[in-house]
Write a protein that binds this ligand. Structure first.
Ligand code: SF4
Length: 195
């Protein structure tokens, strides 16, 4: 391509003008959404639930809903930084559309899905039915496999139940899971992040 000095300057000018217009557009989109997301939000310090490092996170909450999360600069562990997993905490329940605007994740599971033995599809059941079913099965399994002694030592345990926590739950929820698991005598208790 033959480019004279004059053509080069014209092209450079046009490119710069285009970049300015596009840049203004992007800035406009960001300016349009970012302040709105945090406006009037309350800051709630919390911990990242994804691994045992325990980085501090600030949740911005509006009307009882988390509208943003970011690293806590006052936290001694991470001093405001977050790894790629921690930074995605907000996306537990949100996704971004093509314009970069966040919206509730339409694929988030909000109902109890139950697949009967041998069935190929899930069916929606209500929470009362699900909790009753789960509770009954835990009780039956525990009672049928409870050990009180092992070689003359009191153990009061069941090895028939394994309990796995979840990185998608809060620290408080995982604490309660742990209490329940120990309460029924389960000794095989774990969490993907060893929390
Ligand atoms: S997953 Fe990342 S941000 Fe979360 S606690 Fe671990 S290191 Fe920190």
């Amino acid at each position: 391509m033959n480019l004279s000095r004059r053509s080069f300057l014209k092209l450079a000018g046009a490119t710069a003008a285009t970049a300015a217009v596009v840049g203004t557009g992007i800035n406009k989109v960001v300016a349009e959404y970012e302040p709105v997301r945090l406006n009037y939000a309350r800051e709630v310090p919390n911990l990242c639930t994804f691994c045992g490092v325990g980085c501090g996170i600030i949740c911005h909450v509006e009307g009882g809903v988390v509208v943003n999360t970011e690293g806590d600069p006052d936290h001694p562990i991470n001093e405001g930084t977050l790894c790629s997993k921690g930074i995605s905490h907000y996306n537990i329940s949100y996704i971004y559309d093509v314009r970069g605007k966040s919206q509730p994740n339409p694929q988030r599971v909000t109902q109890v899905l139950h697949r009967k033995p041998g069935a190929s599809d899930y069916e929606v059941i209500d929470w009362d039915t699900a909790l009753e079913k789960i509770t009954r099965k835990i009780k039956e399994t525990r009672d049928a496999n409870f050990e009180t002694t092992d070689n003359g030592v009191t153990v009061n345990r069941t090895k028939a139940i394994s309990w796995l926590g979840s990185a998608f739950c809060t620290c408080e929820e995982n604490y309660l899971f742990h209490k329940i698991a120990r309460g029924i005598g389960a000794i095989n208790v774990d969490h993907c992040a060893r929390l």
